[in-house]
Design a protein around this ligand. Structure first.
Ligand SMILES: Nc1ncnc2c1ncn2[C@@H]1O[C@H](COP(=O)(O)OP(=O)(O)OP(=O)(O)O)[C@@H](O)[C@H]1O
Length: 327
């Protein structure tokens, strides 16, 4: 019997041809999965459609769109144990990158067909679900600048251009961070709390190697004194994240905790999984293993033999076709 799934498809996401993309998804998945397809509209978003699918009791929910669509759909799936599939068609595709899911349509579909799943942590930020990260300050301002029109024209460059513009008027703020066991006060340009983050989310990369199923959130504070410092700090974050090692600069700090309460003076904009959601203060709590996601099976190559180095070794290959099967 075929598997079945609800496919939630955003027809305006990304810069591709949505008709062709949907046809490609159907061609790959439908031979093995009965798809119940729902399109998002301006009025009925992926969260609502996923919520209805959960209520219908579907076997799996697959979302296809940009990070906004994937995040919205994921929010309804949290805590349900319904496996969640991701087919990215957006600009940044941070969601897939953070969870190690391929971002080409064909590979993402193959991943779903393979059927391997993994439980990952999620979080709640002021009662709103969060899968990736919450950015306070710099990142939120950048996301606001990279609007739909800019993303249509420049794609991923829209974020980079917005970031460069944002550097011009770097704003510092006072921040108080409360964890389970301490209260930290400092001055910062960006504070990022990550549950999962792709390497490209450099402002989240203080500790490097954010672990998506450790029951903890990773907070990075970036506090450069000026524009040159901000560029150097960003570059350092980029380098250390690529090398998988924690940062070592006085103007970058990081810590891990199950939850954070963050207050700033003045209040700062907050971006949650890529969408502006309001301003500080925020309270973020980790929900361990809150989401079950289709992820590629890790290709662990288990060595089947090791013979090299043995004394006087000779290896003669047999013609196995002629070998009787009962030996
Ligand atoms: N049928 C539709 N018509 C117009 N807008 C839609 C429709 N369906 C969804 N949307 C809007 O699309 C937005 C989500 O887009 P999404 O993040 O999936 O794609 P994207 O913006 O191309 O991706 P990225 O953020 O990576 O650039 C939401 O604001 C939602 O309201």
């Amino acid at each position: 019997m075929n598997r079945s799934a609800c496919l939630i498809f955003n027809p305006v996401a990304g810069q591709g041809d949505p008709e062709q993309e949907l046809a490609q998804i159907r061609e790959i998945l439908e031979p093995e999965i009965d798809l119940d397809i729902y399109m998002t509209t301006e009025e009925i978003g992926a969260d609502k459609l996923a919520q209805q699918a959960v209520e219908r009791g579907v076997d799996a929910i697959i979302a296809s769109g940009g990070d906004g669509t994937l995040s919205a759909a994921a929010t309804a799936v949290i805590g349900t144990n319904i496996p969640f599939g991701i087919i990215s068609r957006g600009t940044a595709n941070a969601f897939a990158a953070a969870l190690g899911i391929p971002d080409s349509i064909a590979a993402a579909c193959e991943n779903i067909l393979q059927g391997g799943t993994r439980s990952v942590d999620v979080a709640y930020c002021n009662d709103k679900p969060m899968v990736l990260l919450a950015g306070i300050g710099f990142e939120a301002e950048t996301v606001e600048r990279a609007d739909r029109d800019a993303k249509n024209r420049f794609g991923i460059m829209a974020y980079i251009l917005a970031g460069l513009q944002e550097l011009r008027d770097l704003e510092h703020f006072d921040v108080e961070i409360e964890t389970d066991d301490k209260i930290i006060k400092t001055n910062a340009v960006a504070v990022t709390v990550a549950n999962a983050a792709p390497a490209t989310s450099v402002l989240a990369q203080g500790p490097a190697g954010i672990i998506v199923d450790d029951g903890l959130l990773d907070l990075t504070i970036v506090a450069p004194v000026n524009k040159a410092g901000a560029i150097a700090a960003t570059f350092h974050l980029f380098q250390t994240a690529s090398a998988g090692i924690p940062v070592e600069r006085n103007d970058i700090g990081y810590l891990r905790s199950k939850q954070f309460k963050i207050t700033t003076e003045p209040p700062q904009k907050v971006v949650l999984d890529g969408e502006l959601v309001g301003t500080t203060p925020i309270e973020i709590k980790c929900v361990p293993a809150g989401l079950t996601v289709f992820v590629p099976k890790k290709e662990e190559v288990i060595p089947v033999e090791k013979l090299e180095g043995l004394p006087n070794l000779t290896i003669e290959m047999k013609d196995t076709q002629d070998t009787p099967s009962d030996i």
